[in-house]
Write a protein that binds this ligand. Sequence first.
Ligand SMILES: *[C@@H]1O[C@H](CO)[C@@H](O)[C@H](O)[C@H]1NC(C)=O
Ligand SMILES: *[C@@H]1O[C@H](CO)[C@@H](O)[C@H](O)[C@H]1NC(C)=O
Ligand SMILES: *[C@@H]1O[C@H](CO)[C@@H](O)[C@H](O)[C@H]1NC(C)=O
Ligand SMILES: *[C@@H]1O[C@H](CO)[C@@H](O)[C@H](O)[C@H]1NC(C)=O
Length: 393
Amino acid sequence: MIVSTPCSLNSLLVGLFLLSGLGQAAINLPSSTGPCSVTLHASELVDKSRTDPYDPTGGKRSIMVTSFTPVNCGSISSASYIPNATAKYEDAFVQPFGILPGTFESLRIQTQTQPQHSSVYRDYPVVLFSPALGTSRLIYTLLLQEIASHGFAVVSVDHPYDAGIVEFPDGRTVVGLLGNITDAEWLPALDVRVKDVIFLLDQIHDKSVVRDIFPLSRGASHTLSLDLDHVPIFGHSLGGATAAQAMLLDSRFVGGINLDGELWGSVVDKGLSKPFLIFGHTGHNQTNEASWASFWSHQRGWKLELSLAQSLHYTFSDFPVLVDGISLSDEARQLIQATYAGTIGALRGKQVVTSYITAALQYFVSNHTSELLSGPSTSYPEVTFVTNQLHDI
Ligand SMILES: *[C@@H]1O[C@H](CO)[C@@H](O)[C@H](O)[C@H]1NC(C)=O
Ligand SMILES: *[C@@H]1O[C@H](CO)[C@@H](O)[C@H](O)[C@H]1NC(C)=O
Ligand SMILES: *[C@@H]1O[C@H](CO)[C@@H](O)[C@H](O)[C@H]1NC(C)=O
Ligand SMILES: *[C@@H]1O[C@H](CO)[C@@H](O)[C@H](O)[C@H]1NC(C)=O
């Protein structure tokens, strides 16, 4: 069973940040690279119909969400890094290191063009995201910002008492209770998570709540237009299991993605009639993950299982990028790569994961298929097609 290890991850994060002296100097984390700028907004949502089963005072279930809203979508074009004569000059300079002639000429940069006025009014598909057990939704901020920069209005959710800590707008905090989860606690935890995301799906169909979650949709100017009729859901680890089980229980979700999570609940034996992508880390696939094998044999909708080389469970989070951003000893860096982050490289990992997520989301919301989903790509040699079903692509 491959599960997250939230306690050790959290203590590792705390250790890292102490070590790097975070709080003394600002560290600018890398921004998103897609054609849209992205704004973030956090909101608290209270489900008055549910008593929180974990709350010792028996209060109503209250969740925190963050919206990632694409704005000013232009387009990305590719340009030469440097012109040819300069490239030849630099090539000659690095040839003693065995770098082939023509290398500098082949380097490209991505540049952003001005947005088309009309693109401001496009319907951005709304997508829900659920994090790993014990892990804050905020540890996926860079990943979700990147996805939103490609034109998706992403809403991430924290599941209080499951997440290591949840901080509400009034400053109160809820510390996680499931750090040392027992076998008997998985299904109840899944049940609470699934109710959280279905509640969130209900809430985004309530016009007054949408204005709270997406402040840009306020007012008469209608600067933001959302597609609420084709909502996919994805998640990491137990969040991926949450996506699958929520799709089984609520037919409004149009498709789902599980990033490296063991599946739980009745969906394992029932499968889905909607499209579903499983993206696993190296060596974690349906040959050794019984829940995926069972789900696969019952899945009736479109399905694809991918494997990411040189990755580990937390490659599918911001963790590798955070570790890259802070100063660390080589020893500490290697230890983290070997236990959590993988060796794929933080920015490369983020780029590869985002490319496949956005291709799948695009397929779920529009039926628009991408070459990326139909077979291995020379642009992404790190991704293996473990198994797929081509008929629907
Ligand atoms: C630079 O070299 C490339 C590859 O040889 C060629 O395709 C391109 O036209 C050249 N650009 C200019 C501006 O000469
Ligand atoms: C989990 O168990 C370990 C070892 O028994 C303990 O040190 C740790 O505090 C526990 N964590 C939580 C969140 O209960
Ligand atoms: C699936 O996992 C097994 C066990 O880790 C590994 O030997 C195999 O190469 C993996 N298959 C793929 C396609 O990645
Ligand atoms: C996608 O195609 C399927 C069948 O091919 C259809 O049932 C579904 O409504 C389509 N979805 C969208 C968003 O057009």
